[in-house]
Design a protein. Sequence first.
Length: 228
Amino acid sequence: MRRTVAFALALCAAGIACTRPAEGRERTDFERMRQQQRYDPYGASAFFPNGAVMQPPPAHTVARPAADPWSGRVEPIAFVTGSDGSTDLADPPITLDSATRAAGAEQFAISCAPCHGAGGYGGGVMAPNLQGKRPPSLRVPPASTLPAGTIFKVITDGFGRMPPHGWQMPLERRWAVVAYVRSLTSLPSNVETRRDSARAVYIHAVDSAHTRQERLAVPAPDSGARRR
């Protein structure tokens, strides 16, 4: 019995040793990977005649939108960028059915509501911590008057403190969020949206009070000192 237990313990120790490499080996492997041969952007290359890594497109080629990494399809440029090349799209280029609205509501609750609030009033649970630049209300100008393509760009690339979501949100999903944002004012209220509205009012009141306090704390200019 003791031999069996000792043999089992020895096997476990050997398995752990095999699955967890030594710290020195980890450092060596990481350094070897970091120092591997590769080309860096704007670097030099002996392979191309002009000696540069980055090369211009071949002559007489026509650029086209890259394939959507989520679906693999090549989509129209306006669907990918939110713009037709000169102006941002006024409306989402998708079918606004119940499935689209449901997808937009679900993604909004995940990615947008923590800051902008469940109802888009700007009273999300993270809003009190974002001092100096509060999340704007999506129900009033200027956010409520933005073209659909502009909202799509903000979701894709981020804006200010808002991080980009393009890397984690498929194109159709982003457009669904755009459609949902533009429908906020027509949606019925519920407990979460009312809580969002109340928190946004409170945050605005606190910020206004701080602003008045800062103005009162600024000393008035000494006109007598200037005359002397």
